[in-house]
Design a protein around this ligand. Structure first.
Ligand code: ADP
Length: 463
């Protein structure tokens, strides 16, 4: 059996029948232990009262009297000393009865056929219309000894009730099955929808719309599932973007290198041209090397959390070193740099944080205007150390700001396209800051330029 729905329906129906069987066995045990002897006793008392009345009213026509009793709702058999039988009321289904029982009853004993009925008859023994399942009492009438065997006529007593009970039982079972099927559908359908959605995802379709509006666990599952599908879709998009970006970023320096090496090997070139081509090749190799380094760094950052080599270090000294490093590029672009770098000690991974400042300063120069300005300020704010990078560069749109921390994202402006870059720097910076439980914030406009603030927890106070 494959479908969950069928399994669920079958299990519930099995449970219903099992409960029914257990209930039957329990009620049977109750019948055997309690009802059977009680019933026997009750009927013995009735039989004895019948006999008492018949014996008291000797003028009474015994047959008429018994006929009358039978019409109220009893099966009766009267047997005399000669074995002459007379039946009153509906016939017994089974009229067999050992002779010695008849003999004993005629001789004054009471026969407790109802209590003596074997265990195997279950609760149905209550209804067994047999001569053995009777109460036998001695009766004397007109100097004659008789044995009177009686049992209630269940059919008559129950009248239409047994049809009603049968109908009730049938309806209960039928309704149970119908409700089980309905509730199963209600329970299982969302799971089937989820299964179909999972298949859709496997086929690469991440735009899933699950029509499951419930407040229970399945509703929660559906919500998480839709969320997961959405994120998987984004991841897939990023993966595709990543592949196309990486292919492009590797392919273009490679074709440049190939082109210029071809030129170098074939043409008769002047010394200046040779030097120029070698420089281009060298630049492209550096670009490729930077790209692979960044990619390696990004991949390692994803797993590095527990491997951070944190220690106290001088933050401002690190930034000053970088400014010295970039001095020639600042001069080249005529950028005026101003800074306020008081001595601050922070605890963190120095080499990773170095990469962050490196990226932010290099961006502040790359995306700056000719003769622009770059301001770097370190300052302490309560428990934090803030590092501000404010440039007077090309700035970004709101949409760009929302995406610059995505891997490979580069603003699509004509100016950005002319600037070298991989789109990985800020993504790396943000990951490192996150690993240090810090924050990075960007405000930017095309008119005023960009302002980036990095906030780190200050672990050691200023010395
Ligand atoms: P890359 O500089 O290699 O392109 P980044 O991740 O460092 O990659 O930056 C992502 C994008 O964010 C850049 O391509 C650029 O469009 C934008 N950006 C980053 N810093 C600045 C800045 N200071 N001014 C303007 N745009 C910036």
């Amino acid at each position: 059996m494959k479908s969950l729905k069928a399994k669920f329906t079958l299990t519930t129906i099995t449970i219903i029948f099992l409960s029914f069987l257990i209930a039957f066995l329990l009620s049977n045990s109750y019948y055997q232990q309690k009802l059977k002897p009680d019933n026997d006793q009750k009927n013995t008392e009735i039989a004895l009262q019948m006999v008492q009345y018949a014996e008291k009213e000797q003028t009474l026509a015994l047959e008429d009297y018994l006929q009358h009793i039978a019409s109220i709702g009893y099966h009766l058999m009267l047997i005399d000393e000669h074995g002459q039988k007379q039946f009153f009321g509906d016939p017994f289904r089974d009229e067999s009865l050992p002779e010695e029982i008849v003999f004993q009853v005629i001789n004054g004993e009471v026969y407790h056929g109802m209590a003596l009925l074997p265990q195997e008859t279950f609760v149905t023994g209550f209804f067994a219309n047999e001569l053995k399942n009777t109460i036998g009492v001695p009766l004397r009438n007109n100097e004659q000894s008789y044995a009177l065997f009686m049992r209630p006529n269940i059919k008559l007593l129950f009248n239409e009730m047994h049809i009603l009970f049968g109908l009730l039982l049938f309806l209960t079972i039928a309704l149970c099955i119908i409700f089980v099927i309905i509730t199963t559908t209600f329970l299982i359908d969302p799971i089937s929808k989820l299964t179909r959605a999972t298949r859709q995802i496997t086929d690469g379709n991440f735009s899933i719309k699950l029509e499951i509006d419930r407040n229970d666990e399945i509703g929660e599952l559906a919500k998480s599932f839709t969320q997961m599908a959405h994120e998987l879709g984004q991841l897939d998009e990023m993966k595709n973007e990543f592949i196309s970006n990486i292919s492009h970023d590797i392919q273009s320096p490679l074709s440049n290198i190939k082109g210029y090496t071809d030129l170098l090997s074939k043409e008769a070139l002047t010394e200046t041209e040779k030097l120029q081509y070698t420089k281009i090749i060298n630049d492209e190799i550096t670009r490729l090397s930077d790209l692979t380094k960044e990619l390696l760094l990004l991949a390692s950052l994803d797993r590095i959390e527990n491997l951070l080599k944190k220690k106290p270090f001088q933050l401002s000294a690190q930034i000053k070193e970088l400014i010295r490093h970039y001095q020639w590029r600042l001069n080249e672009k005529g950028i005026m740099i101003s800074y306020s770098l008081p001595d601050v000690t922070v605890v963190g991974d120095p080499s990773l944080l170095y990469t962050v400042w490196d990226n932010l300063i290099s961006n502040g120069i790359k995306y700056n205007k000719q003769n622009g300005s770059l301001e770097i300020i370190v300052h302490e704010e309560n428990d934090c150390v803030e590092v501000h990078f404010r440039d007077s560069g090309i700035g970004m749109t709101i949409e760009d700001i929302g995406r610059i921390f995505d891997r490979f994202y580069r603003a699509d402006s004509a100016r950005t396209r002319t600037i070298e870059g991989t789109g990985l720097g800020l993504s790396i910076a943000a990951t490192i800051i996150k690993l240090h439980d810090g924050q990075i914030e960007v405000t930017s406009s095309k008119e005023k330029g960009t302002h980036i603030v990095v906030r780190l927890q200050k672990i050691v106070a200023n010395k």
